[in-house]
Design a protein. Structure first.
Lengths: 359, 359
């Protein structure tokens, strides 16, 4: 068996070994069914049980109120970028968007195809290295949209933004279930699974029932939230394997103590690395202190050649995926739920050695 | 290890054991990368190689001409039902649809939201038990759409319908790569993977370049085929695991001799079962002889109680998924590429015994 390396990929990302081992056991036969997990009909008893357990654990972990639906969709967060305004932003109406990174910008671009977008806050002036605090919300926004964590720029909302609008919509793709969530504050929460929840190809959508009801009926059936809410995400064949893995992840989070406990573990993991960065004379974090992400720690040496040298040596030493996104440069350590603490310790030791070698 | 049962599920369906075993080996580490197949970044070298091999094998197996794109999308065939007319059926224009089952009807319903639909042929008058031959095509159809195999009703087009329109569009979800395809006859071929190609959650789309170019640019970015064609299906994170499995299936099909060889094996498998049905005094096939599907063999005893008894006994005997769809009743044996010949032999033996017991 090949030794697993420390995988800092921003997504698809590291999954818990326990989850992968359980999936491996069920690939040729789910339990004693004699049929592999990918081969079960989505309408059959065995998969329906998998689906129901995933929904139930999701509800339990985030204490999701009864007036919210839990949906498993496809197409990633990028499909929610247009599905949300297609459903909830009629022509002539306005939605507020907080622009804190590339994904928020893409969400804005899709919304502008449908109605008016008011940028209520932005951090583009300093290449998205902070979370804006002085935001100017519209009086009549039909919803306010924000991205809770910015994978590329290493920033994260520390708390839920305080908006007047009743329908807060959040793209939580890169920090969902990494800390407690107060679902009742939101109209819609959505997240591609491939960072904290599972493999790519399944999108978790948590949506308030009144929104589901109010959506239009003259758009394609697959693009109406009611279609999926009314059919338990099985209007057509859902991504069954992705839902299965997501359920295993939920079980794994529960076994680790739930969202509060996992949140503390994540704060500790990122905290160690930030503490080292703050004491290092070689490496510097790129995000403003109070805007730092617990999920994606971005840092540079200030010298692009030295960054490249560090990345190359880190790969040789068994650290995978530390290269930063081209729009920030430098390095990025993604420390999602499944990333192990000893990997953070090992990285810090490696960085210390590298720093020492620079004299 | 639990013994695998004969899985006649209509989809998600049986996958080749060799494919499942290879996936199992790579779940915790893809080759010697130390990172599991689901955990690799879609932009990384390892996954890009997986993607490129899948595309290349797909092109090789179906001899896909250079002016066609091979895309891996999400949302199933149900999403193609609306994406096609949204792209290619402007208001006031007309598309021809052949209505041979439930899925074709759903495709029609979505197309009607965009432009005019002319039903050029239908077999609804006899509950879709045949493929219509006398079709009346429009002079000015922008495309003609049909469903090559009807999972629920057990019917299949034996040959490509001879239409005047230059843009033939086919939903091949339930028989793609089960026999040779002449791609050059089509404008678009699409198929949910979960029958012959892999797990649910990935949709194969083979589309002619002129169509990609002619699509509108004022619809959501994710719903433009050019977005996916221009970005090698990686505009956003694709369903990486599904693409990986699809690549393994392509390799498996190639090792079995390619589409012509697999087509013969499928004809033999279904042929055995049909031959028995034609000689049985208890069981009867539900589809007209010349319209019979090589993929889904539908049959009844003519007595609903006896059907229920047969299904119940078949399950106890280790045959899974033989219950027919509620709109046809009776039984359905889905015999996709990965379904083994010995499973067909075992089913026939079991049916013979059941028939004998009825005296």
């Amino acid at each position: 068996m090949t030794k697993r390396v420390y995988n800092f990929s921003a997504g698809p990302a590291v999954l818990p070994v326990e989850v992968l081992e359980e999936a491996r056991e069920n690939l040729l036969s789910l339990g004693d069914t004699g049929v592999g997990i990918m081969e079960h009909s989505h309408r059959g008893k065995a998969f329906v049980a998998v689906y129901e357990e995933a929904v139930s654990l999701c509800r339990e972990l985030a204490a999701i109120p009864d007036n919210y639906h839990v949906l498993f969709l496809q197409g990633g967060a990028s499909s929610q970028f247009f599905m949300l305004p297609m459903n909830f932003l009629p022509k002539e109406s306005t939605a507020d968007y907080l622009v804190t990174g590339s994904w928020a910008k893409k969400a804005v671009a899709e919304a502008q195809r449908f109605g008016n977008v008011h940028v209520a806050g932005s951090s583009q002036d300093r290449n998205f290295c902070y979370i804006p605090s002085d935001c100017s919300y519209s009086d009549d926004a039909v919803y306010t949209h924000y991205t809770s964590n910015n994978t590329i720029f290493g920033t994260q909302f520390a708390t839920v933004p305080d908006v007047a609008c009743e329908t807060l919509v959040c793209d939580m793709s890169s920090d969902i279930f990494s800390r407690p969530i107060d679902v009742s504050k939101y109209g819609v929460i959505y997240a591609g699974a491939q960072k904290n929840l599972g493999p790519s190809g399944v999108t978790l959508v948590i949506i308030r029932d009144d929104l589901v009801q109010q959506g239009p009926t003259d758009i394609p059936t697959m693009l109406q939230y009611r279609t999926h809410a009314d059919n338990d995400s099985m209007f057509n064949t859902p991504p069954t394997f992705g839902i299965y893995i997501m359920g295993l992840i939920f079980k794994w989070i529960k076994a680790r103590g739930g969202l509060a406990a996992v949140g503390e573990q994540n704060r500790d993991k990122a905290g160690k690395l930030y503490e080292y960065l703050d004491h290092s004379r070689l490496f510097n974090g790129t995000a403003d202190l109070e805007s730092r992400s617990q999920m994606n720690v971005t840092f540079v040496t200030g010298d692009a050649d030295l960054d490249a040298q560090f990345i190359s040596q880190s790969e040789a030493a068994g650290f995978s995926g530390l290269k930063g996104h081209r729009s920030v440069g430098g390095m990025r350590a993604s420390l999602y739920n499944a990333f192990p603490t000893d990997g953070v310790d090992a990285l810090i030791e490696f960085m210390k050695r590298f720093e020492a070698e620079q004299g």
